[in-house]
Design a protein around this ligand. Structure first.
Ligand code: SF4
Ligand code: SF4
Length: 349
């Protein structure tokens, strides 16, 4: 058999109800093609392994300093990491007696990833399965293709989570064995999209059409669209109306649901552990009435009321997800914020 493709894996998150139908395991890959100002998973952006240090677990023993072959660690108010010198070898992580040092990102073959994921199959049930997410999963297209292909041949339901910012070749290769595609559309205005995400909206929309419209021997994909709603940056009814009009014109038959994901700022600690400032650290939560108005805007622009909902934490009441009209599909229940740990991978990527 040919060599199994290698990928840089950030994490396998189990028992997820956020990344497709039913109960799923989500394979998060490292490396992203966008730089969203609101990114909730900053540890997934770099395509290289990254080290984090947790002060609460550190015993102050200093073992890591002498273990590092690159002298990338030093003692200050805590352990300081010289990220320019660190090559992600993992020596310090293996040495640390307190578990205070942890590497984000591990190289695995698709064969190894599938073997790990198949351990979870007993909880997938008839609707669940595996979702491959990022970062931007399509940047590791060969790895994704092989991983989803192997899972599908084992009878496991498969999904791909993408922001669509990649070449057509990578997208189609990654999506080949995906039963469902979770597709982020973050704006309808090209200039604002570029300002907020660093990405070319035309590429995202062109790739969406590729998946949503059948062509030749390529069938259309089942798609769930997700749109992050970010206070002051991407939260206007006009933006939602623009996306709605695009979806009505380009993907109405393929898009089974559209989710508006309300901003939260619970990822602040991850920025701190990476030694980075985050411009939205003090931004407020969205208001539930405003989220309702955005749903209304989508419906006004022609999007079917039974295929849209908003989810996430809001300022009034601290909950939740809200079904809007229509009845929930199996596996798309009302979401409680408490189901998700603060440092879990988040949808507002
Ligand atoms: S991962 Fe390797 S290079 Fe980086 S700080 Fe730890 S021991 Fe040093
Ligand atoms: S080896 Fe671990 S516990 Fe010891 S000083 Fe380094 S980070 Fe802290």
């Amino acid at each position: 058999m040919s060599r199994s493709e290698r990928g840089l894996v950030l994490e396998i998150q189990r028992m997820s109800t956020e990344d497709g139908p039913g109960l799923r395991s989500t394979l998060f890959l490292k490396g992203c093609s966008l730089r969203c100002r609101w990114c909730h998973n900053p540890e997934s952006i770099s395509p290289k392994p990254e080290l984090r240090w947790s002060g609460s677990r550190c015993l102050g023993c200093g073992e890591c300093l002498s273990a590092c072959p690159n002298r990338a660690l030093s003692l200050g108010a805590g352990i300081r990491i010289d990220r320019g010198s660190c090559d992600g070898c993992g020596e310090c992580e293996r040495t640390c007696p307190g578990g205070a040092l942890e590497l984000w990102g591990r190289s695995m073959t698709a064969e190894e990833a599938v073997a790990e994921l198949l351990r979870d199959r007993s909880f997938f049930g008839p609707d669940g399965g595996v979702t491959v997410s990022g970062g931007e999963a399509c940047l590791q297209a060969s790895f994704v293709q092989e991983t989803l292909g192997r899972l599908r041949s084992e009878g496991v339901g498969t999904a791909l989570d993408t922001c669509g910012m990649c070449t057509e070749f990578r997208l189609l290769r990654s999506a080949e064995h995906a039963d469902l595609v979770l597709y982020d559309i973050k704006d309808a205005d090209p200039d604002r999209h570029l300002r907020n995400t660093g990405g070319d909206l035309a590429v995202v929309l062109r790739n969406f059409r590729l998946l949503a419209r059948p062509s030749g021997d390529r069938a259309r994909k089942r798609i769930w669209v997700r749109t992050p709603v970010i206070p002051g940056l991407a939260d206007s009814p006009g933006m939602i109306e623009g996306i709605a009009r695009f979806l009505v014109e380009s993907g109405a038959e393929s898009v089974e649901r559209w989710e508006l994901c309300a901003f939260n700022n619970l990822c602040r600690e991850k920025y701190r552990q990476l030694g980075e400032e985050w411009e939205l650290a003090a931004s407020p939560l969205m208001d539930a009435d405003h989220m309702d108005r955005l749903v209304d805007a989508a419906i006004r622009a022609g999007w079917p009321a039974d295929r849209i909902r908003w989810t996430g934490m809001t300022a009034a009441g601290g909950t939740v997800g809200k079904e809007r009209l229509g009845s929930p599909e199996p596996g798309i229940g009302r979401r409680s914020w408490n189901e998700e740990a603060p440092c879990a991978r988040d949808r507002n990527g």
